[in-house]
Write a protein that binds this ligand. Structure first.
Ligand code: GCU
Length: 376
């Protein structure tokens, strides 16, 4: 379902490297998440709170663009469907009074007679709501007391260069103080408003909402979790470049590819394109995006043949973000050896690579469930 440019030599006129002996020295110019912009060291959790604010701003200004400060009223209504053995509801969320304004349906599955509010995995999806989860996935999650919810991302804003004209960004006056926001930021803002609505439901445990999405929606999962601390657990799948993969490795997709005018420039703030030509001086890299989620549990899911998304580059950024998790008293990968496929690491900053390509495979849902059960 997700479009991938796997294994072509040149994309958007820019060569693609798939050779380990040709990767960049990712350490060159790599910023340290545990050093303030002025060079001082981050020594404790209180320092980290301040450093985190600096890093968040770096990503707003250089990669995703900031959300507007003002709020707009969001309305929702709930419709319950009859279903055997489980509770199925559709939450219609509308972001505008405008008749043709952005609005979405969130499909929610909960156990039927739960005695307490239920933890929930929210899935940002490319699939129509009724096709997002296989029946056995729904059954497995609900039997363990974890609810599932899904929405189609393009209802928030269309995934194209002029999506801003009718989507979420059309609801706000143009402001570009901290970077003009790209489509990923708009999707992330929409998810955050949906969490406002989910948090008001008496059958959902607002302190246990996790988020997942694949590919560009893996990037969106990371950015939403960075912006919204209510996301208790984040599970980005195959998020690759602009997500969890270390940009400076120059393996598979690079910033120059993704931010090219021929590709996905509109998903980011315009400054991002410039860094494609000047990677060494780029003030951030993927490990800093991961660090914004610490100390919350974060599971990076990748695929062994998903070269375009650089699964190894995702593991390396987990290693580089690990000191932040450790500073905050949480565990994270430490073994420099790249893990084998289907051998999950369920540390608080976790990593799992399935055998296969750019997708969420059936076993991934089992990994997600195990990770959620461990940390909820
Ligand atoms: C393209 C893009 C990737 C993205 C993917 C997807 O391949 O280059 O960065 O992750 O689409 O969203 O499927």
């Amino acid at each position: 379902v997700a479009i991938s440019a796997q294994d072509r030599d040149t994309i958007a006129g820019i060569p693609v490297n798939y050779k380990e002996d040709k990767v960049g020295n990712y350490r060159e110019g790599l910023p340290d998440p545990l050093r303030f912009n002025d060079g001082r060291k981050v020594l404790n959790a209180a320092d980290w709170t301040q450093r985190r604010a600096e890093i968040l701003k770096i990503f707003e200004q250089n990669q995703f663009g900031a959300w507007p400060k003002e709020n707009i009223p969001v309305r929702y209504s709930i419709r319950e469907q009859s279903a055997e053995g489980l509770k199925v509801k559709t939450m219609h969320v509308s972001f505008s009074e405008r008749e043709d304004g952005p609005a979405t349906d969130v499909l929610i599955y909960l156990p039927k007679d739960a005695s307490a509010p239920c933890p929930l995995l929210l899935n940002l999806s490319f699939m129509p709501n009724d096709k997002a989860f296989a029946p056995d996935v729904i059954q497995k999650f609900l039997s363990k007391g974890i609810g599932l919810a899904t929405l189609h991302y393009s209802e928030l804003e269309a995934d194209k260069a002029d999506g801003w004209m009718s989507g979420i960004r059309s609801l706000f006056p143009y402001t570009a103080t901290d970077g003009e926001w790209g489509a990923i930021s708009a999707w992330a803002w929409g998810v955050s408003r949906i969490i406002d609505c989910l948090s008001l439901q008496s059958d959902i445990d607002a302190s246990k909402i996790a988020l997942t999405g694949c590919s560009r929606l893996g990037k969106t999962t990371l950015w939403t979790a960075a912006k919204d601390p209510r996301i208790a657990i984040a599970i980005p799948s195959c998020s690759g470049e602009g997500g969890a993969a270390m940009s400076r490795r120059l393996f598979g997709e690079t910033v120059a590819h993704i931010a090219s005018p021929e590709r996905y420039h509109y998903q980011f703030t315009p400054t991002y394109q410039k860094w494609g030509q000047d990677l060494k001086n780029m003030p951030m890299d993927a490990h800093m995006l991961l660090s914004l989620i610490a100390p919350r549990p974060l599971l990076l899911q990748t695929g062994s043949t998903d070269n375009w998304s650089d699964p190894k580059g995702e593991y390396i950024s987990a290693l580089e973000a690990a000191p932040v998790y450790r500073l905050l008293g949480k565990d994270a990968p430490s073994d420099p050896e790249f893990p084998k496929s289907e051998e999950p690491l369920f540390t608080t900053l976790g990593y799992v690579m399935h055998e296969g390509g750019h997708a969420v495979l059936p076993q991934d849902w089992d990994y997600y469930l195990e990770f959620l059960l461990k940390y909820f």
